[in-house]
Design a binder for this molecule. Structure first.
Ligand code: COA
Length: 174
């Protein structure tokens, strides 16, 4: 089994709802993609709309992975910088694999596909992202060629008394 990745898919209602379900299921299973559980599709929708506005403006590109049953199983959003001095790297946001598919190498496949996608963008030399500390995610990214280049202690308050580091990871594109 493997996922089929598509860059810049046409966003129809099925894809939009598939992403909302994925994002909610990942969050409710404890994933760190901008929310804390419990969440519903409606909680997530405004964040997806922000990505979609950036896509419409040509600043963000969607990479989506479908499973063999045709379900949305993974996503990552690649976002270009608007700052004129930072146009040689891009951001990767909302990296997630559906809980039913985690632990089978699909996350690494997703980041490989994201690197391939970034290489198609003129002038892009690196991918930067942030992740929440305390979950071992930096080990996942390190296994995909990313290096920790910074850490802001306690910047993410997931709950009162539970502050997590905001870890900055960088992967040069070779
Ligand atoms: C993080 C995530 C994308 C990884 O995808 P995955 O398909 O489960 O990961 P893979 O099976 O490709 O694992 C690749 C390697 O990373 C390791 N790994 C995966 N998740 C890990 C984690 N949370 N902590 C530590 N290591 C992890 C695996 O053990 C594997 O290492 P190995 O080859 O030495 O065995 C996925 O678990 C996920 O969507 N999590 C919830 C959302 C989330 O937190 N996203 C990160 C946003 S910053």
């Amino acid at each position: 089994m493997s996922l089929t990745f598509t860059l810049d898919p046409a966003v129809d209602p099925a894809l939009r709802d598939g992403i909302l379900d994925l994002w909610a299921d990942v969050t409710n299973a404890g994933g760190s993609v901008g929310f804390v559980p419990p969440v519903t599709r409606d909680d997530i929708r405004p964040e997806l709309v922000k990505h979609m506005v950036a896509m419409a403006e040509g600043r963000t590109r969607l990479l989506v992975g479908h499973d063999e049953a045709g379900r949305v199983a993974a996503t990552a959003f690649l976002t270009l910088n608007t700052h004129r001095l930072m146009r040689h790297w891009l951001w990767l946001y909302t990296v997630m694999v559906h809980p039913r598919h985690q632990g089978r190498g699909y996350g690494r496949d997703l980041l490989d596909a994201a690197a391939d996608a970034a290489r198609t963008v003129d002038g892009i030399e690196a991918i930067r992202l942030t992740c929440r500390g305390g979950l071992g995610l930096e080990r996942f990214y390190a296994s995909c060629g990313y290096k920790e280049v910074g850490r802001v202690p306690g910047a993410i308050r997931v709950a009162p008394g539970d502050d997590r580091d905001d870890i900055i990871m960088l992967a040069p594109l070779t």
